[in-house]
Design a protein. Sequence first.
Length: 102
Amino acid sequence: MASVSQECVACGCCMKVCPLKAISIPTGIRAQVDISKCIGCGKCAAKCPAFAFGFYSVMLTSTVLGLITMLLFKPRSWCVYCPMGTMTQGICMIKHKKGEYR
């Protein structure tokens, strides 16, 4: 699950993207994660401009493994590594910008 380091600047970007509203900034100094709600989707870490979330390296590793698997096997195989569809959303956005969905 996510943990927040001292680098947090309390900007609130993570709160806006958390699908389960597991993040709050009660003191206005640093974000806090309610571990009973956090599912480890990584959306907060991906959005954080200060890279303050502790599992960012795990998410990056999963992304790299997912992309390699996708290239070697089949287009939807990255879902094994990305439980909340973060990579699916990103790839769909790229395809939409290229006009592949028109």
